[in-house]
Every structure is written in structure tokens, then in C-alpha cells.
Design a binder for this molecule. Sequence first.
Ligand SMILES: NC(=O)c1ccc[n+]([C@@H]2O[C@H](COP(=O)([O-])OP(=O)(O)OC[C@H]3O[C@@H](n4cnc5c(N)ncnc54)[C@H](O)[C@@H]3O)[C@@H](O)[C@H]2O)c1
Length: 101
Amino acid sequence: MSERIGVALFGIGRIGMLHLMNMLASPRVVVRYVVERDLDKARDVVKKYHLTDHTTVLSVDDTSQVFADDRLQYITIWNEKMPMALQSLSSVTVEKRRKTI
Ligand SMILES: NC(=O)c1ccc[n+]([C@@H]2O[C@H](COP(=O)([O-])OP(=O)(O)OC[C@H]3O[C@@H](n4cnc5c(N)ncnc54)[C@H](O)[C@@H]3O)[C@@H](O)[C@H]2O)c1
């Protein structure tokens, strides 16, 4: 199998959860981070889906670890509050690290 695709998911509301379910269905994807304003909800989801071995829950004020992680190929953002500038920064930062998978 090819290298697994490392993902950070910002926001696990209605749409974020749909994306999480789709990602968990793929053996090629590993969700490395869930970033959420509601940390209790994020921790409950990570526990419910047995993700604790590979997935770190972070608060919205603690995202530098995400952007420094060279295991990530992809960041997906599903919340209405994330400033567009940060979305752009996220894409650019990860794009620089994108590997041929
Ligand atoms: N609901 C839809 O049918 C739909 C369809 C297409 C696109 N969208 C877009 O997707 C986005 C999310 O929609 P939703 O319906 O899932 O919303 P939602 O309110 O159900 O979920 C948003 C989640 O983001 C979290 N959050 C808020 N601020 C955050 C931050 N700064 N960092 C990380 N997490 C944060 C909230 O705690 C919540 O869990 C919106 O921008 C919406 O316009 C929604």
C-alpha cells in the first residue's frame, strides 16, 4: 500500500463529521488532528471511533503543531468562523509539503 495520507480536520459539526466518516472508511487516510472549539465534543468523537492512537485533539488556539507537522498532506476546514486568511495559509503551508502519493 502507498504511504497513508495524513489529514487535519478543523471543525466536526454536521459537515465535518460527514468528512470524518468518509475518511475513516479509507485505509489510506489517517486523521492526525481534530481541531475543534468544543474540545469535549472532539474528545468524545475521537474516543467513540477509537482514534486515540493516531489522532490528537487540539483547541482552536493551539494549531501551530498542525502546521509544523510534515506528516500532513491535507487540511480540511469545516467551520464558519475560520478566517479566510487562515484557510489560505493552511493550504499554502501544506501544499509546500505535499508529496507524491
Ligand atoms: N450544513 C451544510 O449542509 C453545509 C453544506 C456545505 C457547506 N457547509 C459549510 O460548512 C461549514 C460548516 O457547516 P456545518 O453545518 O458543519 O456547521 P456546524 O455548526 O454544524 O459545525 C461547525 C463546527 O465547527 C466548530 N468550530 C467553530 N469555530 C471553530 C474554529 N475556529 N476552529 C475549529 N472548529 C470550530 C464548531 O464547534 C462546530 O463543531 C460552514 O462554513 C457551512 O457554510 C455546510
